[in-house]
Design a protein around this ligand. Structure first.
Ligand code: PLP
Length: 232
């Protein structure tokens, strides 16, 4: 087995153990492989081990890898910060966007999504820990923004996403994810058909599963440490 195949297998076991421990149905949490700063060969190895959903943070780096992996049937998720002059490349080259947090960007993505393709699947990112420097809309703006995004024709709003402030304490990890889950429930009560709660990374996967995530975004646990330094 390749090192990556072993990591894929142990991460799958970890996810299954969490589902079981917290009473979640087996297979109810989707594993998104976060492949930023990993070479195309690492994605190829992860695909050989059974993964086909990949999350990328940096647009030019992602486009380069997509070109090298055209022969594989992959689903591409954009999970990085979105500059408004880069929306076209995102609308053309990704299936999902998890980091939508402004209406202006949402409108551009909707206008630029080609008519022949499925709508762009999106999650609204919420700044759940209230950090001044973090991206994400504020919890109090979430409901109105979610309704505005859901009305755009070429986007399909699937749910909410967060990246809480790093915290190694399990109960505090859970508390942050519980706030996002409550916001999602509130959005659903007001008529939005949301089915995706994108939360949990290598360090807090169990807490996210405990609080009802439907998709975890896992990088380090699957691929090992990332290359440091400037991204492409
Ligand atoms: C890098 C990243 C991840 C994965 O983080 P790991 O700790 O390596 O699992 C998940 N989500 C986002 C938005 C990221 O930028």
């Amino acid at each position: 087995m390749s090192a990556i195949a072993e990591r894929v297998s142990s991460t799958r076991s970890r996810l299954q153990a969490a589902e079981q421990r917290f009473g979640r149905p087996a297979g109810s949490v989707t594993l998104l492989a976060v492949s930023k700063r990993q070479p195309a060969s690492a994605l190829r190895a992860a695909h050989a081990a059974g993964l086909r959903r990949f999350g990328e943070n940096y647009l030019s780096e992602a486009l380069g890898k997509q070109a090298q992996l055209r022969d594989l049937d992959l689903e591409w998720h954009y999970i990085g910060p979105i500059q408004s002059n880069k929306t076209k490349d995102i609308a053309l080259n990704f299936d999902w966007v998890h980091t939508l947090d402004r209406l202006k960007v949402a409108r551009r993505l909707s206008e630029q999504r080609p008519p022949g393709r499925a709508p762009l699947q999106v999650c609204l990112q919420v700044n759940i820990s209230g950090e001044a420097s973090k991206s994400g809309c504020s919890p109090r703006d979430t409901l109105a923004l979610a309704h505005a995004i859901a009305a755009l024709p070429r986007l399909r709003l699937r749910g909410l996403m967060c990246i809480p402030a790093p915290d190694s304490d399990f109960s505090r990890q859970r508390a942050a994810f519980a706030r996002l889950a409550a916001l999602q429930a509130h959005c659903r009560e007001t008529g939005l058909a949301l089915d995706t709660l994108s939360m949990g990374m290598s360090g807090d996967l169990e807490a996210a599963v405990a609080e009802g995530c439907t998709l975890v975004r896992i990088g380090t646990a699957l691929f090992g440490p990332r290359e440091q330094g400037e991204h492409a």
